[in-house]
Structures are given as structure tokens and as C-alpha cells.
Design a protein around this ligand. Structure first.
Ligand SMILES: [Zn+2]
Ligand SMILES: [Zn+2]
Length: 270
């Protein structure tokens, strides 16, 4: 059976500093889910656990602590949609994960990106931020994360092909992906499948064409072969992102020919 669009596990509210959009309320997000017949959604505002050192001098994360995220609770309720409380955690340049064991218990779901390489000095060293270095870090950071002792059944690995991998020029992230061999992706994604973490489907599919789309789809195709399970994440920061999410999900599902057996399901159903 074809992969059904019935969830979205990567959504930001106005509380994420990079949203800061008064229209992006949790009620608006819930309405989006109801309108599109989704069964479960998860709020994933940006988060750095204040119990983990590292963000003292980095305002973006210093401010987005648990106290800040918690203001979203209680989440609005609906008869047809389950609204889960999660977060988008972070890994710094020392490959330190910005969420403690105890905090994992306070979230229903945690997404972790290893590809936020757009924060000089915090996630990447200014001294060497070449595309080659970024390709190396792509593999290194994901390996480090997957080698940690974490509750992977409630973890999604966020946007593994996102533009933030290298964002000085629009095509830079494609060039970084090109530098990563099939074999390297395979080793990474076999490990990801083994840990039973979720693999996020989240990229602006309509923005790519020609060779770029093949390069973007390559890691997902390899992940599918490795037995990874996929979840949908719009990464919407504004109502506009929610408005286009479903069309984008449908195109991604078609491009990868995904079925229900490819689905990552962290929450009980029914
Ligand atoms: Zn992100
Ligand atoms: Zn996000």
C-alpha cells in the first residue's frame, strides 16, 4: 500500500526564534493537521538543554531552553489529531548533543539534525569550512550521533539533505552531497536502520531539477535500500510552509516510491 500522508513530525511554532511569526500558533498548526486529515503531529521548536554546557555564549540556543519551549504546553486538543510535544535538538562542533538523558523523557519525540552547518563557531569551525570538510563532517557527525547511547525509538534524524549543509551558494549543499560516496551513505544508513531511528523526508523537491534532483534523492534511495524507516516533516516555520507541505510530501513519496512498510511510526495508533 502506498505511503499515506497522515502525520508531520517536524513543525515549528512562533516560539522558535527563526519563526517569530505571530500567525504560527499551535492552534493554527492543529487546524492544518485537521484540515488535511493527519492523525498525529509533533511540535519541534529549536532546543538546547540548559543542563548541557556549550550555549552560554550563543544567544540563539541560550534563549531556547526548556522553560522557553514549555510555554507551548498544554497543546490544544482535537478529536481527530494527536498533538505531540517534541523538540529539534542540536549537535555542536565538539559533537556534543544538546539534550540530556533526563530531558528525553520530557519530550514525546526528539528530532536531531547533524546538518546544521550554518552556524559558524557553534556547529562548525571557521578555520576550515570548505565543502570537503563539510562532506567529512556530514559522515562524522552522523556516525557520532548514532554511536551514542540514546532512545532511538523516539528520535528522528532531521533533514539529511538540507541546504544548511553548505549555504554560501545555493548549489553548495548539492556539491557536498556529491562528495559523499554511495558506500559512505550506505555505512551510515545501515547504522541508522539498525538503531531504528526515523529518517526524515523533508526537502523542497520542487526547487530542484536535472542532476540536482538525482543528487538530492540519492541518499534517500540508499537509505530505503538499507531498510531505513521514513517520517514526514514539513519543518514549517510559517503558515506558508504548512500550506505547501502536503503537496511536497506527495511529490517526495512518489519520487521515492514509498509504501506503508517504509513508514517510521514512533507513536501508538488507534
Ligand atoms: Zn533544522
Ligand atoms: Zn526545523
Amino acid at each position: 500500500m502506498k505511503y499515506i500522508i497522515d502525520h508531520d513530525y517536524h513543525i515549528h511554532s512562533h516560539r522558535s526564534l527563526c519563526s517569530d511569526d505571530p500567525l504560527q500558533t499551535t492552534q493554527y498548526i492543529l487546524d492544518y493537521a485537521e484540515k488535511n486529515g493527519l492523525l498525529d503531529i509533533c511540535l519541534t521548536d529549536h532546543f538546547w538543554d540548559e543542563r548541557i554546557p556549550g550555549a552560554e555564549n550563543f544567544d540563539f540556543y541560550k534563549e531556547q531552553n526548556f522553560e522557553h519551549l514549555k510555554q507551548a504546553l498544554p497543546l490544544p486538543e482535537s478529536k481527530s489529531v494527536k498533538f505531540y510535544f517534541g523538540c529539534e535538538a542540536e549537535m555542536d562542533k565538539h559533537m556534543r548533543l544538546g539534550i540530556s538523558k533526563e530531558r528525553f523523557e520530557q519530550f514525546d519525540f526528539v528530532i536531531i539534525p547533524t546538518t546544521h552547518l550554518h552556524m559558524p563557531s557553534f556547529t562548525i569551525d571557521e578555520a576550515d569550512d570548505s565543502l570537503e570538510r563539510r562532506a567529512f563532517l556530514y559522515a562524522e557527525r552522523l556516525h557520532k550521533l548514532l554511536d551514542m547511547d540514546l532512545p532511538f525509538d523516539k528520535i528522528g534524524i532531521a533533514h539529511l539533505t538540507c541546504g544548511l549543509i553548505a549555504n554560501k551558494q545555493p548549489a553548495d549543499h548539492i556539491r557536498v552531497l556529491e562528495l559523499i560516496s554511495d558506500a559512505t551513505f550506505m555505512t551510515l544508513f545501515e547504522k541508522l536502520a539498525d538503531r531504528k531511528a526515523g529518517f526524515e523526508l523533508n526537502f523542497p523537491i520542487f526547487r530542484y531539477d536535472g542532476e540536482a534532483i538525482d543528487q538530492i534523492l540519492r541518499p534517500y534511495r540508499i537509505a530505503k535500500k538499507c531498510g531505513c524507516k521514513f517520517y514526514l516533516g514539513s519543518d514549517a516555520h510559517h503558515p506558508g510552509g504548512l500550506d505547501t507541505a502536503i503537496t511536497q510530501f506527495a511529490a517526495i513519496i512518489d519520487a521515492l516510491d514509498l509504501t506503508e512498510s517504509d513508514k517510521f511510526t514512533p507513536f501508538p495508533r488507534g
